[in-house]
Design a binder for this molecule. Structure first.
Ligand SMILES: [Zn+2]
Ligand SMILES: [Zn+2]
Length: 135
């Protein structure tokens, strides 16, 4: 599936080819800290088909919980996370951050990873009172 997206400030714009059946919720502690929230949502990029249309990404390399070196790419101006990949190894998961994809309402998670470190409450957010107008 062909998609496009951008960061929060608009400096980064991209197009990519993704596999919509590979949308994963990641509960690892790196995703919790790096996203500043409870979990990450990523979708697999197919055949390294990620094309930057505008801007220059900054990358930070981190040894992940899995032991792999992961290059985390983000906008140098606003900090929006764009993707994570394993440098030099195309066979490893190349994960695009779903929140930056314009077509994200079509991308439903099919799997959850690193569930041992998931926050207790995330499995039942339907139990939390809902509102549309809370500021
Ligand atoms: Zn930005
Ligand atoms: Zn993760």
């Amino acid at each position: 599936m062909r998609i496009d997206g951008n960061c929060f400030c608009g400096h980064i714009r991209y197009e990519a080819e993704i596999d919509p059946s590979m949308v994963v919720i990641c509960h690892c502690t790196d995703c919790q800290t790096h996203s500043g929230t409870a979990f990450g949502v990523v979708v697999g990029i197919v055949n390294d088909e990620f094309h930057l249309l505008h801007g220059k990404l900054k990358t930070y390399e981190k040894i992940a919980d899995s032991g792999n070196v992961r290059a985390l790419a983000f906008c140098p101006q606003c900090g929006t996370r764009i993707y994570a990949r394993t440098p030099g190894d195309a066979s490893k998961f190349f994960g695009l951050r779903v929140g930056t994809v314009r077509q994200r309402d079509q991308l439903k998670p099919t799997r959850q990873a690193w569930c041992d470190s998931a926050q207790d409450w995330v499995q039942d957010i339907s139990a939390i009172p809902r509102a549309n107008d809370q500021r």
